[in-house]
Write a protein that binds this ligand. Structure first.
Ligand SMILES: [Zn+2]
Length: 108
């Protein structure tokens, strides 16, 4: 029985383009290293939100982390949708849905 992908990552490309349209010029001027620092800071804010558990705050922080991740992808010429297709047919290592690797998922 094979997994029928529904391409759940679709939409990432338009999100990436939107973020690039909004911030692309500033992001390019700031550069990769400084942008990565912003991304890391947002990850810290997400960690605090995860501890707090407030749904609205969680949504905000997930959105911010995704936006900064998208920016990093744009700055390095990576298409997020293309990248996410790595999981299109299941776990990249065992192709299971769910993953049945003994050592944990390939992303770890
Ligand atoms: Zn696996």
């Amino acid at each position: 029985m094979s997994y029928e992908p529904e391409r759940p990552h679709q939409g990432l490309q338009s999100f990436q383009k939107l973020i690039d349209d909004i911030y692309g010029e500033r992001d390019a001027a700031r550069g990769l290293a400084s942008t990565h620092m912003w991304f890391a800071e947002e990850c810290g804010e997400l960690a605090r939100a995860l501890r707090g558990g407030d749904k609205a705050n969680l949504e905000e922080e997930f959105a911010d982390v995704l936006a900064w991740l998208s920016t990093l992808a744009s700055l390095t010429g990576v298409d997020m949708e293309e990248a996410a297709s790595r999981y299109e047919t299941g776990c990249p290592r065992c192709e299971g849905v769910p993953c049945c690797c003994e050592r944990g998922p390939a992303r770890s």
